[in-house]
Design a protein around this ligand. Sequence first.
Ligand code: GTP
Length: 450
Amino acid sequence: MVRDMQTNIRKIVNLETLAAGTNKRRIIQQAVFSELCNMLDPGKAAFIPKKGKPSVVMFVGLQGSGKTTTCTKYAYYHQRKGFKPSLVCADTFRAGAFDQLKQNATKAKIPFYGSYMESDPVKIAVEGLERFRKENSDLIIIDTSGRHKQEAALFEEMRQVAEATKPDLVIFVMDGSIGQAAFDQAQAFKQSAAVGAVIVTKMDGHAKGGGALSAVAATKSPVIFIGTGEHIDEFEVFDVKPFVSRLLGMGDLGGLMDKIQDVMPADQQPELLAKLAEGTFTLRLLYEQFQNLLKMGPIGQVFSMLPGFSSELMPKGHEKEGQAKIKRYMTIMDSMTDAELDSTNPKLMTESRVIRIARGSGRQVRDVMDMLEEYKRLAKMWSKMKGLKMPKNGKMSDLSQNLNIQQMTKALPPQVLKQMGGMGGLQALMKQMGGKDMSKMLSGMGMGGD
Ligand SMILES: Nc1nc2c(ncn2[C@@H]2O[C@H](COP(=O)(O)OP(=O)(O)OP(=O)(O)O)[C@@H](O)[C@H]2O)c(=O)[nH]1
């Protein structure tokens, strides 16, 4: 695969013929990017179930890949789209598999079928299928057994279940962290059942999911969803560009921007802009930004979309603390006077005021000082944005066109800039974002720094 990729890139990029002064690194990077996107596109789409038309979808994968969890997520996703899904547990190998499916299905109010007594997975699969066909389910999902490793017995079982149920689609579920092992694994499953799609799970962790490239190559089927957490709704339609961006450590800025755009009320945008242009970043403004940030949902998810951020500035597993910190800061600000909130003069915060605010908010003096430090850090960052040219309509979304790179590089903390690939990286990112707005991203980014 790597060799193919090299050949293809050589065809696209001819460095000798490039004019002097062209940014070669960028051109190569773009070629790698688009080549990876191509590799994830097997050229044919996966089977798509249709409402009202009975379809059977069978899930395969090794034990622990997240198969059972993903079955329910897949069912729930379609249920919300108006399907009548049902779940069949044909995993008789792992004790507890049926209970797990039962629990998940009950929570999501999805009909399920399985047995504690029957040990023949084929029999269960066929019985479940018959039952749900009678009940007019239009999406019958069959969860199958896994094994810790690839074993002949497992593949024989898959072959039999597939033969008996004739699924419209077989989905191979793989753990996003398995890397190159994905090729052999996917190929082995493909040989016993006609795998037609791939789902990559546990993309909420550190794994970048590079194994998906191998799975697509081995099965010649596309990735259709990714799992982004243990909960039933932590499931996303696969989107190739953000996935490759993340793979290359470029972050999913598009997704982040959309998210920020969603939570920031449009009528607040011109006001915030005006204040930023004046260079006045008050505590009240920070308070409003905190509110917006909390609305964005699990903070880790937001930060994981930024290049290199989740690990550096918001360590995995500490999202809750980050969120608690923001809430703590907001409580402290609730104990401040309007004058304090609207001032940009830190001298207002005398020692006696700090003590009073700490008492009023039930926090330590140290917490108040921490909050003020955070504020000062952000105010300093924002002050460099002073003199920003306002977009004519006052809309945030048009601001990025007016931001100049020099201004941005000054505003960003140096380690952040480095992570983004310096000035060149920043330029590429701005371009990638198109009309999307940068200032909100900056305000979001500042929050994570400790
Ligand atoms: N963080 C995270 N955890 C996940 C995700 N998908 C599944 N898991 C977890 O991974 C573990 C294994 O998932 P299961 O669904 O039990 O695995 P399985 O492949 O069905 O296992 P067998 O039924 O034994 O074959 C569980 O703890 C799940 O909660 C995901 O997208 N993100």
